[in-house]
Design a protein around this ligand. Structure first.
Ligand SMILES: [Zn+2]
Length: 407
């Protein structure tokens, strides 16, 4: 069975073929560190953590990058309100992020670059784009000319529409679709010296430069939320392909949003619940089960009742495992990979990471193990059922603890 992934770029499920055989390079767009992380961030973190754990189980070696955006207007505004500098503000929320990720039991990415540490590669990147005439300077800013890149709009399905007039243009852009690679900063704003004056990079170029520096000109997976398809990832493709001639990533994976009563959960909507607060109310396992309970491409509506359901569903598993351990130790040597449950679990994960289907298989196994345990107590167990009792706990731990992280 092959792993099939829905690629936003081609709008279809494709068989996953890594560039370097068993080694996979993944770049996930990380948080802008100016506030506490919420359930929207948790969905991204837990989903990508789960697929990483699954890919590792399948024998792949993963090189995962998740950046921190520490240069952004939101940081500047918040730092000003709090009377601090953006560096200290970013560090505070990076520390908080790490605490939240530990709470959610996610594996640490291999690289966690900060935009502010990549100013030189970003500037070099921009310089080449100017030389190649994909970018231009205007009023102390540098813009990428979207119209100069023939494939612009392929990821998001948008086309560039010419405006009736650009006369009111104060930014210096030649076209509204053009986007900033470098923006000038005044003395009170954070900035770095450059060939184009004192300024700071635009958001899109930060991710492209960090991804390229760490994973190379082309890597396997570029990922993030669906809200990043446009403009962020569209612009990343334009500037990276303009620079290297290569599509920066082969597979583009985007997860749906966490919603509250149908509206996207976000800091700007003021409808978010922080991971920190939820961790006081629910177990990390229940939070993970809730986050994985919908297919990643669908929206996930946040309701406490659903997290409580997850809590209840997981409650009996630890007791079951203890009972099974008493019954049939040692279990570690058993080969379970040919078991029908494990096969079905992998089939679900191979089908574009269908975690709800994988979770359903795990609970089918739990039900069957409970049933056989009862039969064992009565001495009426059949030989095949005895085998399931032997291998069941290992399978259950592999699925629930090692991959889904819910046990
Ligand atoms: Zn990004």
């Amino acid at each position: 069975m092959h792993l099939n992934i829905y690629n936003t770029l081609t709008r279809k499920k494709e068989t996953f073929i890594p560039i370097h055989s068993k080694k996979i390079g993944i770049y996930i767009c990380g948080p802008t560190v100016y506030d506490y992380a919420h359930m929207g961030h948790a969905r991204s973190a837990v989903f990508f953590d789960t697929i990483t754990r699954y890919l590792k189980t399948c024998g792949y070696k993963i090189n995962m990058v998740r950046n921190f955006t520490d240069i952004d207007d939101k940081l500047m505004v918040k730092a000003q309100i709090l009377g601090t500098d953006i560096k200290s503000l970013a560090q505070k929320f990076i520390n908080e992020w790490h605490k939240d990720m530990q709470t959610l039991n996610t594996l640490k990415p291999d690289h966690e670059p900060l935009s502010s540490d990549y100013i030189v590669p970003i500037q070099n990147f921009i310089n080449v784009l100017i030389k190649k005439k994909y970018a231009y300077q205007s009023k102390g800013n540098v813009y990428f000319s979207a119209g100069s890149f023939s494939g612009y709009g392929r990821l998001s399905g948008r086309t560039i529409i010419d405006p009736p007039s650009m006369e009111d243009n104060t930014s210096g852009k030649k076209h509204p679709a053009d986007f900033a690679l470098w923006r000038n900063s005044n003395k009170s704003e954070p900035g770095w010296k450059s060939l184009w004056g004192f300024g700071r990079p635009g958001w899109h170029i930060e991710c492209s430069a960090m991804g390229m520096e760490i994973l190379g000109k082309q890597f396997d997976i570029h990922a993030g939320g669906q809200d990043l398809i446009f403009p962020h990832h569209e612009n990343e493709i334009a500037q990276s392909k303009a620079l290297t001639g290569l599509m920066p990533a082969r597979y583009w994976i985007h997860h749906g949003m966490v919603t509250v009563k149908g509206q996207k959960m976000s800091k700007s909507q003021q409808n978010f619940t922080s991971i920190k607060n939820l961790a006081d109310l629910y177990s990390p396992q229940a939070l993970r089960l809730f986050l994985l309970s919908k297919h990643y491409r669908n929206p996930l509506d946040f309701t406490p009742a659903k997290i409580e359901q997850s809590t209840a569903a997981l409650k009996k598993i630890p007791r079951l495992l203890v009972q099974l351990e008493k019954l049939a130790a040692p279990l570690q040597q058993e080969d379970f990979t040919s078991s029908s449950y494990w096969q079905k679990f992998c089939q679900a994960m191979d089908d574009d990471f269908n975690t709800p289907a994988a979770i359903a298989v795990m609970f089918q196994l739990v039900r069957e193990l409970n049933k056989f345990l009862e039969k064992a107590g009565k001495g009426s167990l059949l030989p095949g059922e005895k085998n399931t009792l032997q291998t069941g706990p290992i399978e259950l731990l592999k699925m629930g603890r090692d991959i889904l992280g819910v046990i």
